[in-house]
Design a protein around this ligand. Sequence first.
Ligand SMILES: Cc1cc2nc3c(=O)[nH]c(=O)nc-3n(C[C@H](O)[C@H](O)[C@H](O)COP(=O)(O)OP(=O)(O)OC[C@H]3O[C@@H](n4cnc5c(N)ncnc54)[C@H](O)[C@@H]3O)c2cc1C
Length: 467
Amino acid sequence: MGHVVGRHAVVLGASMAGLLTARVLAESFERVTIVERDRLPPGVAQRRGAPQGHHIHALLARGAQVLDELFPGLTAEIIADGAPAGDLLGGIRWFLSGHRIKQADIGQPVLFPSRPLLESAVRNRVRALPNVRVADGLDVVEPSTTADRRAVTGVRVRGDDGDITVIGADLVVDATGRGSRTPLWLESWGYPRPQADKVHIGVCYASRAYRLPPGALGSDALMLHSWHPGQPRAAGLVAQEGDRYLATQVGMLGDQPPTELDGFLAFARSLPFDDIYRAIRDGEPLGKPATFQYPANVRHRYERLSRFPAGLFVIGDAVCGFNPIYGQGMTVAALQAAAFGDLLAEGRLPTSRRYFQAMAKVVDVPWEIATGSDLAFPEVRGRRTARTRMVNAYLPRLHAAAATDPSLGAAFVRVTGLLAAPTSLLRPDRVLRVLLSRHGAASHGAGSVVRPPADQPAAPSSRRPAA
Ligand SMILES: Cc1cc2nc3c(=O)[nH]c(=O)nc-3n(C[C@H](O)[C@H](O)[C@H](O)COP(=O)(O)OP(=O)(O)OC[C@H]3O[C@@H](n4cnc5c(N)ncnc54)[C@H](O)[C@@H]3O)c2cc1C
């Protein structure tokens, strides 16, 4: 244990943000209690409070690094438990802006655990911490406060029997996700609510699990078919532990992919490249399909509040929920938890202002990536800065050039993996490569397609003939 900052901390929610927060608080508090509404499964299983677990859940390369810092050896353990792994560029078949990206190993490992496997591994590590207790089957009602509402003193929880009890704490962290009620609580206590920045996207997910013949994805562990203006459909197919594959298809702006088999296949076939369709069409579907609707990117600007009760903190999706297609949520939660740990390592509780500024700093770049990419679609409403317009005009050209130039593909996937800053794509040498590339120069914006060159690797992609 590092510096003792307090005696008892309570974390609301035992999903990724809550578990990782408990891990860092355990360094600075004598005791940490995680309160969770679900009865948590003992092993790897889906649960009601994490319905996203039925869909492809990418752990970005940066997220894997932070998890290993918080729990040494965790990713190796998950791979030993059966999670497929591969190279960020060499092991993933990327389709971006209508181009198949040239694959090449870049020495950046990534792993593809299912969400239940990853969450279960993290939960086991947290449960093993001697000063952390997981109190599941408890519904958070509201934090308790001092009479003048200036400070939080614990949390009121409701058990299965309906009885309400108060758990006293020096510190309460809200990690209850997108449905967080902190803005409502603040209002009811006489504080201003944080401003919520929203970018509406109307994203609709549909997923099915499959058993596929060996080698169905060639040597790749994941195929990712991204969307672009004029083609607002995306899909992924990933190998998972337990000899299964998970296919997730996503529509934007209210386009819900069908779940029944024929409709699901037809959606896959409607994509510019039919690799996912060809991989699943003869597969054996397993279990029931799942859907999920994600209306908007939402960022709560807690860092702009001038008054906030002492002892209350907010983390994870409760601060900012991103369009899930970019796979950022768990990595951002890990980075936020690590940033909280850095503040606590100073030996005292940070002020609310300092804490929320640190959270905002973590969120800034992923928010820019997610909303900036979404704003490439003319139908998505929001403020487009000159920079957003410039980047959205440049990226399709970069993707086109990356169809033959792995150095550009590597630069791009390192940015989306949150390993490198978006500005790295604008490095003069890279801009020059894009401009000099036959394909990059020929690409007149998103939606134009350069056919894969003849030297493209083994598993051929076929483009759907234009309608
Ligand atoms: C469809 C979809 C796909 C996604 N894909 C990816 C991806 O590929 N990669 C990625 O990194 N992220 C992805 N995400 C986001 C990712 O799941 C979250 O960012 C991540 O789980 C961190 O969220 P969180 O822990 O803050 O909140 P959540 O995961 O929403 O967890 C909140 C927790 O709080 C509990 N809770 C809520 N209310 C109460 C209450 N009143 N009392 C007690 N407990 C309560 C819930 O049961 C739950 O356990 C996806 C999300 C969705 C919806």
